[in-house]
Design a protein around this ligand. Sequence first.
Ligand code: DAH
Length: 367
Amino acid sequence: MYQVPKLTDFSPAALDKAVTELTSALEQECAKACSEPEWKALRDRWMARKNGILTQVNDLWLKAAPAEAKREVGRRVNELRAHVENDVVAAQERMAGRSGSDRLAAERVDITLPGITRPIGARHPVLQALDDVVKVFKSMGYSVEEGPEVETDYYNFEALNFPPNHPARDTQDTIFLAGQDKKPARDRLLLRTHTSPVQIRSMQKYPPPVRVVCPGKVHRHDTPDASHSPLFHQVEGLAVDTNITFCDLKGTLDHAMKALFGSSVKTRFYPSFFPFTEPSADVQISCPFCGGKGCRTCKQSGWIELLGCGMVDPNVFDFVRDNGYDPGKISGFAFGMGADRVAMLRYGIDDIQLLFQGDVRFLEQFA
Ligand code: DAH
């Protein structure tokens, strides 16, 4: 490591030699500085006011020089100062530039490399099923309506012809919101137990004729098992016009089931009860897995129950009579199907819980 020598010979030749040694040491050290800390050490070694090399040169060369040599030594020391400052600054610039170009070299894009594929999510099978059902009805001219998941007693029950305290309400395992006791019964909030309230909302919004499907989440106070979940999904349907008959209902649903499960699927309607339809029916389809022969999925019956339906009860129209729904002049049918069931049948899923556990290993199969 270069050290500033004490001078005894102040002749121009001796001075030149001392200057050359110093500048070559300077150049070597500047060339070695590659990083910010190294450059700072370099700067301090050469330029620190206290004991830096320039300061030493000043003390050991200029101050020590005999009077007659002072001019010559002074000139050289001044030149050295400029030289050192210049080289140290240049070293910094080169160092910064070098790390910049290193970065550039590292970051250069190699367009021949395969791209980075970012995993994009898969559509959830339930959403897929909801979409599929909606699509079938859209192609028959239905439009789509949605309603709130937090619903009032009025829309979820009363306007659907469930009178207060009617036993049919028991079948709905309702989850009520707390703190509603002070409100009139019809304004109390609950989690909707079915998508049927959207029928009423749609008829309040549009005068007849209407043809709507209403997909959405519904909630019931059910213990989870392979076929029950406190949260599930339905698609509601409603068609109201003059002269809508049970034949229209049968034809529409038969077509929809064939569109969803294949053209060889058969439908079967048998009597049931819902407060908001009269007559009411449950719809079964022939088991798409065994073709009706009987298997595990259809519990050996050959049939699978998929939805409820019926002709809209005149009492329901009475709640929206003001908007043109005079039960003496119009008629309609309604239906409601479980979208989770549809998804499970279409994808061969045997446990409804799988749909809601969010296990990526399950969900990515639908990507
Ligand atoms: N809302 C009924 C339920 O969740 C299903 C249903 C049955 C809907 C008959 C309808 C219908 O629109 O007409 O149990």
